[in-house]
Design a protein around this ligand. Structure first.
Ligand SMILES: *Cc1c(COP(=O)(O)O)cnc(C)c1O
Length: 355
């Protein structure tokens, strides 16, 4: 694993400052000092995600799917109906969570290669829904859905808008309040470039009061209300991933210093650089709108998995293979984490030899 370079979407190449924090003894956490750190984490997160200070923040120790499950199960119930944008495996995950918790839903289904359009969404306009659930970057395909389209639809229908921004926050433009997003879900191991295991739910005050506060608990560990109540004093109901909370604090300070727009621009420039060169060497990139987080590459000959294997085994270059139906035809190149333009040059050189 020594010289492996990760062009993945999470975990990704971490920054030396994060690695230095990972090396320290984990302190005890029921202290004023840790509470202060967590309150600062919440305040910085709210600032960077573009929501006001009244919004609520829950820190869930678990991967992103735990936060997705917490939101669906704690914010909605038997009397609700949800609309889910399902254009890949993360949309499918929202569907499965609804099935398990017996929450009604409709799906806007997109096949691989299909763009989410107003036309497709409008087919659902006359139905009644409590909320729309979307993975704004559907990481399995890299499609970045049009937030303005979704925002407009939800405003007109007076629906809540819940966004899984796990693979989009910090790499695509995102402003929660301005985009009328009621609830955002993010996670540590994507563009934040931290260890996996900490996920954050940010809700505006109205959404929290209307959807969460007066609901009977359906689970214990994922109970958002308990998390929000504990966060009033900067604490969590259970032992959190203390080490990642420290990593997060350092990263948020750093991104705040550089400016969130500059961070997004940095990832955007990597993505543009890679895509331009990839097209020049004849690689095939889908035509739907793409997140800056990753570039999917289509191999019509069905050798995507084979190319992934050669890149990792012979050159220590780890790109992201696809699973399921796309495993042989699509691989994904991540642009987030501690990567440099030269890293993409090396990857492109090797890919050129292999195609
Ligand atoms: C990574 C990711 C998740 C979380 O997946 P985990 O494996 O649980 O970390 C959820 N949604 C999206 C869009 C993601 O990219």
């Amino acid at each position: 694993m020594g010289n492996m370079k990760l062009f993945t979407v999470g975990p990704v190449e971490m920054y030396p400052e994060t690695l230095a924090i990972r090396n320290l003894q984990i302190p005890y956490f029921r202290t004023d000092e840790f509470s202060k750190l967590m309150l600062e984490n919440a305040a910085m997160l709210k600032e960077l995600i573009g929501t006001n200070n009244d919004s609520k923040c829950a820190f869930i120790t678990g991967s992103g799917s735990a936060a997705m499950e917490a939101v669906v199960s704690n914010c909605f119930g038997k009397s609700d109906k949800l609309l889910i944008i399902n254009g890949g495996s993360f949309g499918e995950r929202f569907v499965k969570i609804c099935q398990i918790y017996n929450i009604s839903y409709d799906e806007v289904r997109l096949n691989f290669g299909e763009t989410l359009t107003n036309e497709k969404l409008s087919l659902f306009f006359d139905n009644k829904y409590t909320a729309l659930l979307v993975n704004i970057d559907e990481t399995s395909t890299g499609q970045l859905y049009d937030i303005h389209l979704l925002q407009d639809f939800c405003q007109k229908k007076k629906m809540k808008l819940v966004v899984d921004a796990i693979s989009s926050f910090l790499s695509d433009f995102y402003e929660m309040d301005k985009m009328n997003i009621d609830c955002s879900i993010i996670s540590s191991q994507k563009a934040l470039a931290l260890a996996p295991g900490l996920s954050m739910i940010v809700m505006n005050n109205t959404f929290y009061h209307e959807k969460v506060e007066n609901r009977e608990p359906v689970n214990l560990y994922l109970n958002i209300k308990e998390h929000v109540k504990n966060m009033e004093r900067g604490q969590t109901p259970n032992t959190p991933a203390v080490g990642i909370c420290f990593e997060l604090h350092q990263r948020l300070m750093e991104i705040r210093k550089m400016g969130v727009e500059n961070h997004v621009m940095m990832i955007h420039q990597r993505a543009e650089y890679f895509r331009e060169k990839a097209r020049l060497i004849g690689l095939s990139i889908p035509t739907y709108p793409l997140s800056n987080t990753l570039t999917p590459i289509i191999f019509d000959k069905g050798n995507a998995k084979e190319i992934c294997n050669i890149l990792v085994n012979e050159y220590n270059l780890m790109v992201t293979p696809n699973g399921g139906a796309l495993a042989d035809t699509v691989l994904r190149v991540g642009h987030i984490g501690n990567l440099k333009i030269e890293d993409f040059d090396l990857l492109l050189d090797k890919m050129k030899e292999l195609i």
